[in-house]
Design a protein around this ligand. Structure first.
Ligand SMILES: Cc1cc2nc3c(=O)[nH]c(=O)nc-3n(C[C@H](O)[C@H](O)[C@H](O)COP(=O)(O)OP(=O)(O)OC[C@H]3O[C@@H](n4cnc5c(N)ncnc54)[C@H](O)[C@@H]3O)c2cc1C
Length: 457
């Protein structure tokens, strides 16, 4: 019998209901956290479900700290709860200046506590260690989700569900149409890691003595498309230590993908958000592929650590502080939404009547790097979060509808917060007004978003 025909039949069962709310948000990354806050501030009762032990998604679980590294003097930035994340993190000592921009890098560890405070003060009902394993679907509409946890299998009922899993898992399991990038074309996955024991002054002196630029990203297996204005700007880029490690026989010659950026250096000697390991072909929706990626990623991170110790000024006594809790996935499914964003929208200042927020024209991915140094921005349409074929469901965060280039823009964490807050507010208003998510009064959503401090147009 081949693997595809090996099936078992599970017995039918009755599942206890744990809780219910107006809005249930699945996943607590920048998209889900913002959605839960937006819905709660709009007056909805909200449950936030997260499979891991902390809120924050890629920020806290992968270690992605570069929350607004695109921001420069003339950037017209988003306004809303994402900015609140950055400001609160600064106020709580959970952020430090980011080296290439006019922004602060979040402290991935301390942000776990920052996220807790947002959840508590918003009156959101939190549920950690709760993995959503199935949607509850009746009459082409979702009415809640089934979770598995240490308490067993339970149901959480909802008037509206927001899928903020990053992979459009809920939409997919509801049977809504999604697009998945073929694994060989997916953006690389990364095992992120952080070092400690770095001499900050010596490290920064080394960076100043040999400053790298975005143009230096080009090389090896990488090509990079810019608008030209990015080329000579400083980038906290590291490739030379790994080339030297190859020459010294520490890194195999065929491992040409180790290289990338460092994120922040603390006074205490933590060199963090080391985005140096790039694993092609890892499919974040395939458990065996994820397993192989985690193990290979850690192997490469240890090679990179040794190269940094040997060939980077100030890092001679460095040691691994921690890996991210989980491998970082950039690219899996996107929904086929009522409106799918296009390359033209994110490169040419897309404007929409149903805008729920703005994001600067920052494109990072698929070999494109465009920085928003000129004040250009695009609007995020509400319809890009409305899936086809299923009611009561919104999808937010990085899996909103759109093509490749648009994904390279909307996947950025600040944009995920814009989409998330819009989805949360729309879900709460659709419950209150008893209108479906597809027919919600977008003007009322925009008014509430403005009240919450969002720049809508
Ligand atoms: C290595 C790496 C580096 C990056 N660098 C940057 C950067 O510098 N700047 C930037 O802006 N962006 C960066 N990104 C992109 C950015 O981190 C993501 O696109 C963004 O975090 C997506 O947000 P999200 O809320 O959609 O999903 P995520 O942050 O992925 O959060 C999804 C959440 O859903 C939870 N979840 C998933 N499935 C379930 C389930 N079934 N049940 C319960 N919970 C579930 C997860 O545990 C997680 O908490 C990077 C990404 C990676 C991987």
């Amino acid at each position: 019998m081949d693997a595809a025909t090996r099936l078992i039949t599970e017995p039918a069962r009755q599942t206890p209901v744990l809780a219910s709310a107006d809005v249930v948000v699945v996943g607590s990354g920048p998209g889900g956290l913002a959605a839960a806050i937006g819905a709660a501030r709009a007056g909805g009762s909200v449950i936030l479900l997260e499979r891991n032990g902390c809120f924050g998604g890629n920020i806290t679980q992968v270690g992605v700290e570069g929350f607004a590294w695109y921001r420069h003097e003339n950037t017209v930035d988003s306004e809303g709860v994402g900015i609140e994340f950055e400001e609160r993190a600064k106020a709580m000592g959970a952020a430090q200046p980011e080296p290439q921009s006019d922004s602060h890098a979040l402290d991935a560890e301390a942000f776990k506590y920052v996220a807790d405070t947002f959840v508590a003060e918003s009156g959101i009902q939190p549920l950690l260690h709760a993995t959503v394993v199935a949607p509850i679907v009746r009459d082409d509409a979702i009415h809640g989700v089934i979770i598995e946890s240490k308490s067993g299998r339970q149901a959480v009922l909802a008037e509206r569900v927001i899928d903020a899993t990053g992979d459009a898992d809920i939409a997919h399991r509801c049977g809504a149409p999604t697009f998945k990038t073929p694994p060989e074309q997916m953006m690389a996955a990364s095992v992120m890691f952080h070092l400690t024991g770095v001499d900050k002054a010596a490290f920064l002196a080394g960076v100043a003595a040999d400053p790298q630029t975005y143009k230096d990203w080009e090389g090896g297996e990488w090509t990079i498309e810019t608008t030209g204005k990015e080329d000579d700007m400083f980038s906290p880029f590291l490739r030379k230590p790994f080339e030297q490690a190859m020459d010294a026989g520490l890194i195999p010659r065929d491992l040409t993908t180790i290289g990338g950026t460092w994120g922040a250096i603390s006074d205490q000697g933590d060199l963090t958000y080391l985005n140096l390991v790039h694993l092609d072909g890892v499919d974040g929706t395939d458990v065996e592929s994820l397993t192989a990626g985690e193990i290979e990623g850690r192997r490469q991170a240890m090679l990179a650590t040794e190269a940094i110790r040997r060939f980077t000024p100030g890092a001679e006594n460095a040691k691994l502080r921690n890996f991210g809790m989980t491998i970082g996935i950039r690219d899996t499914r996107k929904i086929d939404a009522r409106y799918n964003l296009t390359a033209h929208d994110v490169r040419e200042q897309g404007r929409f009547d149903d805008s729920i927020g703005i994001f600067p024209e920052f494109i990072d991915g698929y070999g494109i790097l465009i920085l928003p140094t000129t004040g250009r921005y695009f609007q995020v349409p509400y319809r890009s979060m409305v899936p086809k074929g299923i009611d009561n469901l919104l999808v937010t965060g990085r899996s909103i509808g759109g093509d490749r280039d648009s994904h390279a823009a909307v996947r950025n964490m600040m944009c995920c917060t814009v989409a998330g807050q819009g989805a949360g507010v729309a879900a709460a208003i659709s419950v209150r007004t008893n209108r479906s998510v597809a027919d919600v009064d977008v003007h009322a959503v925009q008014i509430e978003l403005k009240r919450q401090g969002v720049r809508v147009f």
